[in-house]
Design a protein. Structure first.
Length: 92
């Protein structure tokens, strides 16, 4: 399977949200217990930066997941620390 990565773009947010909602329905993976909308996820998406980036995972140019580096803890001592979020499409 030829998997590749690229930085996530705003146009990817609907599929990212769909994949995230799969995890919510599955349960025990995220702290959300209700499905979210693209509008709900926009602030989360906007928080990614060059320092804490978000990538989509592609299989033959089709988004099959996403991986991001999120701020670990909002404190100067942890500026270089990140937590990793990784979600894959259940249909793959």
């Amino acid at each position: 399977m030829p998997v590749s990565f690229r930085r996530a773009m705003t146009a990817d947010l609907p599929i990212i949200t769909t994949i995230y909602n799969q995890a919510i329905r599955r349960g025990g993976i995220t702290d959300d217990d209700q499905e979210v909308t693209v509008d709900d996820r926009q602030p989360w998406f906007d928080a990614f930066t060059d320092h804490f980036p978000l990538w989509v995972i592609l299989d033959r140019h089709r988004v099959i997941g996403f991986v991001g580096l999120e701020e670990f803890f909002p404190h100067p001592n942890f500026d270089q620390s990140a937590q990793v979020c990784l979600y894959l499409d259940n249909s793959v």
